[in-house]
Design a binder for this molecule. Structure first.
Ligand code: SF4
Length: 225
């Protein structure tokens, strides 16, 4: 039986302070926005609990900014409580990372903060991360590292992360209804995994529908004009 070692959970969907050119956040498939209530989040985590020994990392990430969730601190605590051995990472654009939020997140034992920052050049960064400001984002990141280094015992690693996500998802099943192992070893997931391993991913219909690179080029040239 195959079990995943890294799990992404979309705690916030369709709500973000940015409008990145490669993001499908404004797609009707993503709207209206939601934040997963803590009870539902805990229910999801408990579905993973039987496999906790296999889980290396849980990421809070999706089409939405995890830090708009006013309960993100509690979600970190719940994760560390239910899946005790997995590392917990928040993948964020970092620009909502105020000193207070930095302290709260670090105090709740978040292991990693993975920051999506595409360029250190202002024109390029702000041309991709629409609505964000490079100086403000860097201030937030620097404030976070300062807080991390001020004696709080957490690993709070910062990593560069870049991800393209289209809205044409291929459904693999629901963790609320199904067992994790049955989803991960199910027919659809197995077919996709085999195609990826054999380098035949272009034959998969779900990948053929992806037009994100084209859209990104168009939106980037519009933003730079
Ligand atoms: S890519 Fe991330 S930061 Fe950018 S708009 Fe989408 S959810 Fe927000």
């Amino acid at each position: 039986m195959l079990i995943p070692t890294v799990v992404d959970i979309e705690t916030v969907r369709g709500i973000c302070n940015a409008r990145c050119i490669m993001c499908s956040i404004e797609s009707p498939k993503v709207q209206p926005g939601i934040v997963i209530p803590n009870q539902v989040f805990e229910k999801i985590l408990r579905r993973y609990a039987p496999y906790a020994v296999h889980l290396i990392q849980v990421n809070l990430v999706g089409i939405g900014e995890p830090l708009v969730d006013l309960q993100v601190r509690e979600k970190v605590k719940i994760t560390k409580c239910v899946l005790t051995s997995a590392r917990l990472a928040i993948i964020t654009n970092a620009s909502l990372l105020t000193p207070v939020l930095s302290k709260n997140v670090l105090d709740s034992w978040c292991d990693d903060m993975i920051v999506s920052i595409d360029s250190i050049y202002k024109v390029a960064y702000e041309g991709i991360r629409i609505r964000l400001n490079l100086e403000k984002s860097l201030d937030c990141i620097n404030g976070f590292t300062k807080e991390r280094d001020s004696g709080i015992t957490t690993q709070g690693m910062i990593q560069l992360c870049y991800l393209d996500i289209g809205a044409n998802f291929c459904s693999l099943g629901s963790i609320l209804d199904q067992d994790l192992a049955s989803i991960f070893s199910g027919d659809i997931f197995s077919m996709i995994r085999d195609a990826m391993n054999e380098n035949c991913w272009q034959e998969l219909p779900c990948f053929n529908r992806c037009n994100i690179p084209l859209q990104r080029e168009k939106r980037l040239s519009a933003a730079l004009q």
